[in-house]
Design a protein around this ligand. Structure first.
Ligand code: CP
Length: 349
């Protein structure tokens, strides 16, 4: 059985396979209309969503399956104190596959080790968002015809923007990509994301305009208000980057502008009619890739649980880590190149 918690849970050949399947679904939707007949998707969303939840649900319905779930923690028994682990065990009796969004980092990992059905991370705190990356990869592939040898500008909240973390992890596995990290000092990309992207070339700057003329892909992101402990800091940083038509004059004519959405004001609506604006196409591509992923994971599902998480109980120092709320989780630490990290949330310890 396979779950997808981190984009690195999918090999490059699996990513390429998902892209091929998604393109085939787009060309021949009728061939896929009954592929999941009799199967159920459970969408367990403890945090708000428009695109991810609805595209997962549309994906399963278009595959002939059905959908159960909840869209906020308050309408589930989490509001009475039920754990993520117990929720995953229970839902394994009702559905064939789970898509889970949670505000705690590592929650889908805990679910994956408790469930007997595949679990897909639909976004965990400021950590990972692998299925947004699938949407981003298909969009880049369709627009640029390749996933390597690209100059990619990533702009905005690179600290809390989980979509950026997963996208860098994925694109750093393709040859020749260069990442231009554009953010205020306070919202720089976490070190663990850079370390995991072993051979990638990074340029860090706070100036959007300094390299915009060389970008093949411009990936704008929202400043993530809900992740700030210091609201005054959010107010100070919220308007750091606003893409307007005049800023695009020096950009390449075939540059592709992406945004995971929702946007607040970081892309002016005046940019929407620019042929380089691809962020609404991205939402369609997200549904196609989620259809491909559901098919892939159901084909590997054998009803066997992943090994339970075991070890001495402990709590990570990151308040956003799932260990801060879930009962009796083992403290799990990984070590790479002498750096020790929490397995749930990747915080250095
Ligand atoms: N891109 C994305 O995750 O959007 P939602 O929060 O609306 O799901």
């Amino acid at each position: 059985m396979k779950s997808v918690i981190d984009i690195l849970d999918l090999s490059v050949s699996e990513l390429d396979g998902l892209i091929n399947t998604a393109l085939d679904i787009a060309a021949h939707p009728d061939r896929y209309a009954e592929k999941c007949k009799g199967k159920k998707l459970a969408t367990l969303f403890f945090e708000p969503s428009t695109r991810t939840r609805l595209s997962f649900e549309a994906a399963m319905l278009e595959l002939g399956g059905s959908v159960i779930g909840f869209s906020e923690a308050n309408s589930s028994s989490a509001s009475k104190g039920e754990s993520v682990s117990d929720t995953a065990k229970v839902v394994s009796n009702y559905a064939d596959i789970i898509a889970m969004r949670h505000f705690k980092e590592g929650a889908p990992l805990v679910a994956a080790h408790s469930a007997t059905i595949p679990v897909i991370n639909a976004g965990d705190g400021g950590h990972h968002h692998p299925t947004q990356t699938l949407a981003d990869l298909l969009t880049i592939y369709r627009e640029k015809g390749r996933l390597g040898n690209l100059k990619i500008g990533l702009v905005g909240d690179l600290k809390y923007g989980r979509t950026v973390h997963s996208l860098i992890a994925a694109l750093s596995r393709y040859e020749g990509n260069e990442f231009y990290l554009v953010s205020p000092e306070e919202l720089k990309l976490p070190e663990y994301v850079k370390k995991d992207a072993h051979n990638a070339h990074f340029v860090e700057t706070s100036q959007l305009m300094s390299h915009i003329n060389s970008f093949d892909v411009l990936y704008m992101t929202r400043i993530q208000r809900e992740r700030f402990a210091d609201k005054a800091q959010y107010e100070r940083l919220k308007n750091s980057y606003i893409l307007t038509p005049d800023k695009l004059i020096s950009a390449k004519k075939d540059m592709c502008i992406l945004h995971p959405l929702p946007r607040v004001n970081e892309i002016s609506v005046k940019v929407d009619d620019d042929p380089r604006a691809c962020y609404f196409k991205q939402t369609l591509n997200g549904k196609l890739m989620r259809m491909a992923l559901i098919l892939h994971l159901l084909s590997l599902s054998d009803g066997k649980r992943l090994p339970p998480l075991s070890g001495e109980v402990g709590v990570c120092t990151n308040p956003a880590c799932i260990t801060s709320t879930e009962q009796e989780l083992p403290a799990l630490i990984s070590e790479t190149d002498g750096v020790r990290r929490c397995v749930y949330c990747d915080k250095e310890v």
